[in-house]
Design a protein around this ligand. Structure first.
Ligand SMILES: [Mn+2]
Length: 283
């Protein structure tokens, strides 16, 4: 009856199976929480997506690479250029059933009983939990609604690294949804106004004006227990007791990590350096 949160899998299917074996995961009694980015970079994105989507008790939040897969899958022009680690999924006979499952996954999951929030990149420092839940629902209802194809075809331009980096409540339309997605799926560093810098992926920012999102002064969601992935350079460490970094870089040949929510015990397995596919060409 345990709950395990696992960080970004990135197509490292063999390592996922090894980790589930190590924690003696029982699919019908235990629940899996995943920070997202199931696909890209690693060698077995298709197997990972098939396996996770068939689990009876799984919760996942969408990562930037999961969303990128959706933008490819539902755009025939992009589907025709699969020179990357998504190729196997984009050519699979079950592509659309997998991607319809994927587009129905949330950006945020909150369990009040367990008292944990699950997100891919983080929780924007200027958002209270109720605000974050409602902004996530705006995106989720669009991805699950009848205009999802139009939205996914427009999305890449709204995720540009030069725009939509500062949340403003008055944003509207796809600009607003793109900005919300940037905070939930791509955030690492913010300034004191909670504007994003998406260009730095290391664990230290060269400018003192930028903080890791969980260290921004007066963060409005400080009381929450937060689980997130996305930021492998942190190597699982945030320095903040109730903010749990779970992406430990399995696709870079480091570790895949599970956190048991009941006692906050971490269990990891080492990943071989060869895990990363030579074909990766994404951020
Ligand atoms: Mn990510």
């Amino acid at each position: 009856m345990a709950h395990y949160a696992i960080g970004d899998i990135h197509g490292c299917y063999d390592q996922l199976i090894q980790l589930l074996d190590k924690i003696q995961f029982s699919p019908h009694t235990d629940t899996l929480w995943l920070t997202g980015d199931l696909v890209s970079r690693g060698p077995k994105s298709l197997e990972t997506l098939r396996f996770v989507s068939q689990l009876p008790q799984v919760v996942m939040t969408l990562g930037n690479h999961d969303l990128r897969l959706l933008t490819y899958a539902f755009n025939p022009k992009k589907r025709a250029f699969p020179n990357h680690t998504l190729e196997e999924i984009l050519k699979a006979p079950d592509l659309f059933s997998l991607c319809h499952w994927l587009r129905k996954q949330p950006l945020l999951h909150y369990d009040a009983t367990l008292n944990f929030v699950l997100v891919h990149a983080g929780l924007a420092p200027q958002w209270r939990l109720d605000e974050a839940i409602s902004y996530a629902e705006e995106v989720e209802s669009t991805l699950q609604g009848e205009n999802y194809i139009e939205f996914l075809r427009s999305l890449p331009k709204y995720l540009s690294t030069q725009t939509h980096l500062c949340w403003q409540p008055q944003l509207n339309g796809y600009e607003r949804l793109g900005c919300i997605i940037n905070y939930f799926t791509r955030m690492r560093f913010c300034d004191k106004h909670a504007c994003l810098d998406l260009t730095v992926k290391d664990c230290k920012h060269p400018s003192k004006s930028y903080y890791p999102w969980f260290q921004v002064p007066n963060r409005k969601n400080q009381a929450l227990n937060i689980l997130f992935g996305h930021w492998a350079a942190l190597q699982g460490k945030t320095g903040v007791a109730n903010v749990h970094a779970l992406d430990t870089g399995c696709d870079y040949g480091y570790c895949l990590t599970a956190l048991r929510l009941e006692d906050r015990k971490r269990i990891s397995i080492k990943c071989p350096p060869s895990t990363r596919s030579a074909l990766h060409n994404f951020e």
